[in-house]
Ligand binder design. Structure first.
Ligand code: NAP
Length: 284
């Protein structure tokens, strides 16, 4: 199989404008299409990572059932595509709602992709990031103990210090291959703009967000999403309380809406894979 990382580590000679060159330097892991997109958006020179949201949803836009139980929406081809995307990223982020509902490890599953990252002097897995204002991450959460590498728990300043200490100590019990850093951003809720800046300062240039819908909506509201990839599965889950791609309170006024530009559309197994670029302002 082709080594994607090798493909991205050179600056594409077609990138000739100053802005594009800066983008290529700032986002060395990007495909030419991602690079082109970043150079067009205001984030090319900004202090935040390039952010890709990836989810699997049902044909009616649900991420899981009304019981918030994890369900199988996509098949092995999509699973492999997501693993590949993960392997290209420096960080992977979820909200605490997803950690409590699904208990994901967010590790790369393919041994070959892990080996390739090591060969390229990258950590075996992307930095795993939990957005968790009140330090509710369970001490036995898989994300904390499965696989080596760094974890970041993004907390608000209102988080209980004793609980934060307990989370930090998980790393001590796990030994030298596990690092847990707690970052405080925001007073009672994680301030996502501040967090993005902190992540960029820690070398996270490309960030994948796996959900859930509450976190994704807040990221749209903060204007920090560059690409949206959705696998749409061939089922209806239904339920007005089942999580969707973008929950929270949502936008009210039309000028607030996030606008998307269709980038690619293809059939994958019995579903559809759609990827969009996100406009930072309303298209003409
Ligand atoms: P979520 O988006 O994972 O996490 C939301 C939580 O993050 C908030 O309740 C909040 O809790 C915390 N948070 C902290 N700062 C925030 C901020 N600025 N903005 C937004 N959230 C912030 O949870 P969810 O919406 O309940 O989604 C979980 C569901 O999605 C599960 O059912 C899971 O199975 C599903 N899911 C599906 C997929 C898929 O691809 N199909 C992927 C992921 C998840 P605090 O206030 O306590 O910090």
């Amino acid at each position: 199989m082709e080594n994607d990382y090798d493909r991205y580590k050179y600056i594409d000679p077609r990138l000739i404008t100053m802005c594009e060159i800066v983008t290529a330097i700032s986002f060395p892991h990007m495909t030419p299409s991602m690079s082109e997109s970043a150079s067009c958006s205001s984030n090319a020179l900004s202090m935040r990572p390039y952010v890709i949201v990836n989810v699997a949803m049902s044909a009616d836009g649900k991420l899981s059932t009304r019981e918030r139980r994890q369900v199988k929406i996509s098949g092995k081809d999509d699973f492999s595509r997501v693993d590949e995307l993960k392997a290209e990223c420096d960080g992977i982020m979820v909200g605490i709602g997803t950690v409590l509902a699904d208990d994901p490890s967010l590790t790369i599953k393919s041994e070959m992709r892990i080996a390739m990252r090591r060969k390229n002097l990258r950590p075996p897995h992307p930095v795993r990031i939990i957005v968790d204002s009140m330090a509710k991450t369970p001490l036995d959460a898989k994300i904390l103990y499965k696989g080596e590498g760094k974890r970041i728990i993004a907390l608000s300043r209102a988080a209980d210090p004793a609980r934060v200490d307990q989370l930090r100590q998980v790393a001590m019990h796990r030994g030298e291959h596990v690092e847990i850093e707690c970052i405080f951003c925001g007073e009672t809720k994680v301030d996502l703009l501040e967090l993005c800046k902190e992540l960029k300062m820690r070398g996270i240039h490309m960030l994948m967000v796996e959900g859930g819908g509450t976190l994704i909506m807040s990221l749209f509201q903060a204007g920090v999403i560059d690409e949206l990839h959705t696998f749409i599965g061939n089922m209806i889950i239904g339920g007005k309380n089942a999580p969707t791609l973008a929950d929270g309170d949502g936008f009210v006024l039309e000028h607030e809406f996030s606008h998307l530009r269709l980038h690619a559309l293809s059939q994958m197994e019995d579903g559809v894979l759609v990827s969009w670029h996100v406009h930072t302002c309303m298209p003409e």
